[in-house]
Design a protein around this ligand. Structure first.
Ligand code: ZN
Length: 517
């Protein structure tokens, strides 16, 4: 394991104020530079719910060429995963260093941090033209890259082909031209943009209509996923529920150069900036850039047979199957969808969204149980294996606002203050299992989870038999049958009781919503 370990070059890296790879400890949001010593093929999952992933190892003079940091990268778009060849220099930002069975490993996940990366040629330290991203290397990055270049060249390891000479093309996956500049930005759905984990993103949607202002125009788009920030709007716009509309405001040259669009056209928005506007509505916007020497078209009309539309078409179809009066907007010019009222009713697969803007790293159940500090928040990922109570009639409690106490659902007045009880809350337990096979149960109770099932607050769920059945159906969807593929969901939990010598810590669900699509 000692090949290439070099204390002189390691000291040079330290002098730049950077911790060499071998000395890094568990931490989040780290910037790490190294030479790629191993890079595996991209793994594309069979279901859209999982991210594509790619495993690679980077080395530096502190690790030698046989050691190094193993890094697993995840992204919903395989094109956005790190690329390069053995011998290229890779710079990653937003890396989480976590414990993997006693070994420090890196996780580069665009879902939890704005993870970004670039690949430089070991020959000239320039970005590899075949894998352009919008990552800008800092002077410090470049200084480390110089040290890595000097070190790696003297190790005698074979160098990769020179970039741009054509011999690399086979191993570097090429994407469509217009994606090249924005590859570092993830393609997100409206629901994902709503999660607020990214300031900038790319988006593909169906054009519904447009409003003009002086120097801007605002497009209404849908991609058939749920917008969690509608500012309380309920009135359909362009015949579509506000729940599924994403606004996109174009300014200046982007408004001037917007392609001619007709309702039902598919468009791609590149590098949109996420914001919640003054009405509390989620939108993305594209501002002009007078300083930019080149104009880059960021609103692109896609041909209906473009393969990038597969996801959105699948969502549109599944929505249409469930909705009698909804037709393909492309064929009929009718309402593209009022599915979103139906989407909350017709359940296919479960999905969770963490609604809090606080970003936390993922924790395994074991890590969380070991930590278990009362009041602390954690993000966990697991599949629901069971729930309690088994009888949905027991999933409700009444809450006395005055005494701040729970009472049984059938009680009409609070036992303490004798005031009438009207406020209903959910109360149940979910049993979870994480990818390591560890088990955990979490309490789901009260105002923390009032909106756990969007569109189905506890008061509504008790209003009619149909609604109660819907609630039960959603719960069943959360825990798929044994032979089904496991549905991993993310949960934000709060430790409500710290661990003691005789008890495990207890956790309550918070800031999480379940959607079914
Ligand atoms: Zn009371």
């Amino acid at each position: 394991m000692s090949e290439g370990i070099n204390t002189e070059f390691t000291s040079e890296i330290k002098e730049l104020g950077v911790i060499p790879i071998a000395e890094q400890v568990l931490a989040r949001n780290q910037e790490v530079c190294g030479v790629i010593s191993n890079i595996r093929d991209i793994i594309v999952p069979h279901t859209q719910r999982r991210d594509s992933s790619r495993f690679f190892t980077i080395v530096d003079p502190s690790t030698g060429t046989l050691g190094g940091r193993k890094i697993q990268s995840f992204h919903s778009q395989k094109e956005c995963l790190p690329m390069g060849q053995v011998g290229d220099i890779l710079i990653c930002r937003g890396l989480t260093l976590s414990d993997f069975q006693g070994e420090v490993r890196g996780v580069l996940s665009a879902r939890y941090f704005s993870a970004s990366w670039t690949t430089l040629s070991i020959h000239d330290l320039k970005p590899i033209p075949e894998v352009v991203t919008d990552f800008i290397a800092s002077p410090k990055n470049m200084a480390i890259a110089k040290v890595l270049q000097k070190w790696y060249k003297q190790t005698g390891c074979p160098l990769p082909p020179t970039p741009g000479d054509g011999s690399r093309e086979k191993s570097v996956e090429k994407s469509k031209n217009e994606l090249t500049y924005f590859r570092g930005k993830p393609f997100l759905t409206t629901a994902q943009i709503g999660e607020g984990l990214f300031a900038y993103c790319n988006f593909i949607g169906v054009y519904l209509g447009c409003r003009y202002a002086n120097v801007s125009m605002t497009l209404s788009l849908t991609d058939f996923t749920v917008n969690p920030h509608t500012g309380g709007a309920t009135k359909p716009s362009y015949g579509v529920s506000p729940d599924v509309i994403l606004l996109c405001t174009l300014w200046d040259e982007h408004a001037e150069n917007c392609p001619k669009l007709e309702r039902g056209d598919y468009i791609m928005i590149l590098n949109g900036r996420r914001k919640i506007n003054s009405h509390g509505v989620l939108e993305i916007s594209i501002h002009g850039d007078v300083l930019s020497p080149v104009y880059i078209q960021k609103v692109i009309k896609l041909s209906p047979d473009d393969e990038r539309l597969d996801d959105i078409k699948a969502r549109s179809n599944s929505a249409n199957e469930h909705s009698k009066n909804v037709a393909d907007p492309k064929n009929t010019g009718e309402k593209p969808s009022n599915l979103l009222y139906t989407e909350s009713i017709e359940l296919k697969e479960a999905r969770s969204v963490i609604t809090s803007p606080i970003i936390l790293p993922l924790t395994t159940f074991l890590q969380m149980q070991t930590d278990g500090v009362a009041g602390k928040l954690y993000n966990i990922r697991g599949c629901v294996t069971d729930f309690r109570a088994l009888d949905p009639a027991e999933w409700f409690l009444r809450w006395c606002l005055k005494c701040e106490k729970y009472s049984a659902r059938f009680l009409k007045t609070c036992k303490s203050c004798k005031n009438p009880l009207s406020d209903l809350k959910y109360r149940f337990c979910l049993f979870l299992e994480d990818a390591r096979g560890d088990q955990l149960y979490i309490f789901c109770i009260g105002s923390n989870i009032y909106n756990l099932f969007p569109g189905l607050p506890p008061s509504l769920a008790l209003e009619s038999v149909e609604m109660a059945e819907q609630l039960y159906a959603r719960m069943l969807k959360l825990c798929p049958k044994k032979d089904d593929a496991k549905t991993y969901l993310d949960f934000r939990v709060k430790c409500i009781q710290g661990s003691g010598p005789r008890n495990l810590a207890k956790y309550a669900l918070k800031d999480t919503k379940f959607y079914f699509e």
